[in-house]
Design a protein around this ligand. Structure first.
Ligand code: ADP
Ligand code: MG
Length: 325
């Protein structure tokens, strides 16, 4: 029993620890705790994230490799949303056995850890029938440069990165068809999301964004959170929201694409606001990712959606909410 736990930790260390990646960790896996050396002039960003079988992924539908990639990628999206850089992460892992599922999981986790330059610093492991994991991610941002949810002001322009609704479409295809082409772009976005780390860091460095958050539950649920934190309202236009592309045969009116773009979760794009005086400096894209203005912050507290006919209506939160079921 003890050996097999030691074997398991050995596998984790070989897959994703600092000796493989670097990143200035002072001490990684193997002692009672890890040592992290913060950089002078930086603030440490701390966040943690559950990833649970049955709630966030299905063992018989989601490849183990994708579970490994995505658990870290989605946790790092919160670092991106602050404008920070990943430094390291801790993994609390419960699983039934250390078999092939674990090896494949570690393959995906390892690629994500290297790709995002974020080594595994430690964690805790136990045995349990259902697979569950909780990741604590540690990041850094230059002191005073983090982009908070609370900084939006009346007149600021609301932007989103990428195309919205792709990940939710990927999930629907995975659920309905079972077998989907690995090349399907929506499925790829669902299984292997890429947190917008470079974009977040660039916006922080350029001091362009007044407020920012990542889109994890869907625009219609996340925008109200940014507005509440800033104490303001917003007006967005359905026609401007960059929506997932669905073939006309499957979605002749475009209703499904617009619904997914407004309410679909798991995109891990960035939602941010830019003061009008800085809007001239906003490019239309960043490293191949579109940056699209979708509306404006207003002084009241109301949240409005302008539909395709130009009618203003209240924005209803219809994104992912684990307590709404
Ligand atoms: P303790 O019993 O003192 O909590 P453990 O035997 O659980 O210590 O852990 C020994 C070492 O292995 C520690 O450095 C710990 O961080 C690491 N470790 C255990 N589980 C994991 C895991 N899931 N991921 C990464 N490191 C882990
Ligand atoms: Mg322990």
């Amino acid at each position: 029993m003890k050996t097999s736990e030691a074997d398991l930790i050995g596998k984790l260390r070989r897959a994703a620890s600092h000796s493989q990646i670097g990143n200035g960790m002072a001490l990684g896996i193997g002692d009672d705790a890890a040592l992290f050396a913060p950089r002078r002039g930086y603030q440490t960003i701390l966040s943690c994230d559950w990833f649970l079988e049955g709630t966030h992924f299905l063992r018989d539908k989601h490849p183990a490799d994708a579970v490994g990639w995505k658990c870290l990628a989605r946790a790092l999206s919160d670092i991106a949303a602050m404008g920070g850089e990943p430094r390291c992460f801790l993994l609390s892992l419960a699983l039934p056995a250390a078999g092939r599922w674990l090896d494949r999981f570690l393959g995906g986790l390892s690629r994500a850890a290297r790709g995002f330059q974020c080594p595994l610093a430690g964690g805790d492991t136990t045995r349990r029938r259902e697979i569950s994991m909780n990741l604590t991610v540690v990041g850094e941002v230059r002191s005073g440069r983090a982009i908070l949810r609370s900084g939006a002001r009346a007149g600021d322009i609301i932007y989103v990165s990428g195309r919205l609704g792709e990940a939710d479409l990927g999930l629907r295809r995975l659920r309905d068809a079972g077998r989907v082409s690995k090349k399907d772009a929506a499925l790829k976005k669902h299984l292997y999301p890429r947190p917008r780390l470079e974009l977040g860091q660039w916006l922080a460095k350029q001091r362009l964004a007044s407020a920012m958050m990542d889109l994890s539950d869907g625009l219609s649920s996340d925008l109200p959170r940014l507005c509440a934190a800033s104490g303001i309202g917003a007006r967005i236009e359905a026609a401007k929201i960059p929506a997932v592309k669905i073939a006309a045969k499957q979605d002749p009116t475009g209703t499904e694409a617009r619904d997914l773009a407004l309410n679909g979760g798991d995109d891990y794009e960035l939602l941010f606001t830019v003061p009008p005086s800085k809007a001239r400096r906003m490019p239309r894209s960043f490293e191949g990712t579109a940056l699209t203005a979708i509306g404006i912050i207003n002084g009241g507290r109301s949240l409005k959606l302008v539909d395709l006919n130009g009618h203003e209506q209240p924005l209803r939160s219809r994104g992912w909410d684990p307590f709404r079921g």
